[in-house]
Design a protein around this ligand. Sequence first.
Ligand code: NAD
Length: 254
Amino acid sequence: MADTSLTGRVAIVTGAARGIGLAAIRRLCADGVRVLAFDRPDADFSDAKAAGEVTPFAGDVIHAADWQRAIDVALTLGPGIDILFNNAGISGAIANVIDYPEDEFDRIMAINVKGVYLGIKLVGAHMKGRGRGVIVNTSSVSGFGGGGNIFGYTASKFAVNGMTKSAAVALAPHGVRVLAVCPSPTATEMMFQLERRLSPDNPEAVRPQLSQGTPMGRYGTPEEVADVLAFLVSDAASFMTGALVPVDGGSLAK
Ligand SMILES: NC(=O)c1ccc[n+]([C@@H]2O[C@H](COP(=O)([O-])OP(=O)(O)OC[C@H]3O[C@@H](n4cnc5c(N)ncnc54)[C@H](O)[C@@H]3O)[C@@H](O)[C@H]2O)c1
């Protein structure tokens, strides 16, 4: 049986100040991981700091220089970086391709695609040099189909899926695993903002409609995503790479 302990490992988690990233750092800290919590300079890091052995890091995933600084700080936490949870993302405009604003397309591709690419490239290079490491990208059920009237988000998550597979193949011979978690609607500020945009007067009224694509009939919780992450980054998943793992209450089974 594999040793599933994560004690003493070092992780970088992006989008760590709230939502799925915050649940991830809470879970990783509980498992004995030392975490660099990477989020935007305007983010409120108070919950992240309270999660355990956490080093807050203010930066933007779209800038390679910020990634390099994050790597340098993470390397003060231990001998190497074992885990990257490449999770920061935005939802962008609610619009189809014809109506999708060009500047919004550039913004979502910068954060959701270029940001993920830089993480894989720069942290992946470090892991390749060490001959070990695990990268988990946050994709979405929107990386599998065109529903939802969220053209830019869908495009970005298809790209995350492609980057995950391509990087998994390239890095497998070097001891580095690359995977993705693919949540369906999850109870975080991202979904609550979407509810407010769709129904400003009564945001919760649209929740049943937004949940109906999920056979389990509800939003996931960020903790349910974090639990799958903890498995994927452990040695219990040592023969898994390149997989796009749904955490979706059955959405992709339909
Ligand atoms: N909530 C959902 O329903 C859902 C479903 C599927 C996938 N996802 C994905 O999960 C990931 C996390 O989403 P969430 O629901 O926790 O959202 P959230 O909006 O609650 O949190 C996202 C975090 O990312 C940070 N962030 C945004 N842009 C950044 C940047 N340029 N640099 C650094 N940090 C940045 C934000 O400050 C925020 O703290 C995203 O990739 C999202 O696409 C979410």
